[in-house]
Design a protein around this ligand. Sequence first.
Ligand SMILES: [Zn+2]
Length: 208
Amino acid sequence: MTNSTETVTSTIFDASVLEQQLQREDALLRGHFRLSSGLHSDTYVQCARYLRRPELAAAATAALAAQIQAAGLRPDVVVGPAMGGVVIGYELARQLGVPGIFTERDADGQMTLRRGFTIEPGEKVIIAEDVVTTGKSTLEVAKVLRSMGAEVLAVASLIDRTGGKGGLDFPHFALLPVVAATFAPESCPLCAAGVPVVKPGSRPEKAF
Ligand SMILES: [Zn+2]
C-alpha cells in the first residue's frame, strides 16, 4: 500500500537513464542559474525540452503508466494542468486509454476547466505534471477537481522536486527525484564563490 505522503519512485524505469536523457536534451542543467522568479539555483529543469521528443515522452510516460497500473489505479480521465502537464497528460491518457483534458488559469489567475471540459461527480482522476516542485499548484488543481466531485487518485510526474515535502494527500508517482538548492541572490553561495550566473537559455553573465 502506498503511503500517500511518499513519492513512489519507479523500479521499472531506470532513473539514471532518464537523468542522462534529460541532461542530453538540456532539460536538466547543473550549474548556477537565475530563475524567472529571481532566485538563484544550482539546478535548472525545463521538461518541455525533453518532452518535445515524442519517443522520449512516450517511453518515460510508459513507465509512469506501468506504475499506475501496478498500483491498481483505474482513472476515468487524466488532467494535465497547462502548460507543463499538457504534453505528458495527453500521452498518459493515450497510454491508459482514457480521455485527457487540462486545467488552465483564467484571466484572474484562478485554475479552472475551460473549453467545455467537465468532470462528472465520482469520476476518478489522475493529475499529470512534468515536474512537481512545491506541490502547491498540484494541490490547487486537486482542489478545483474535487470541488466538481472528482476523486483524485494520484499525481504522476516525470520529476519530483518536493523532497518529500509536497504536502500532497494522494500518492505521487514520479520517475526521478531531483534535489535543487535555491538561494536569494544576496545570500547565494555560488555568487559568493564567483561562479558566473546563467539565465537559462542565454549566455553566462558576470558573477555578482
Ligand atoms: Zn547566485
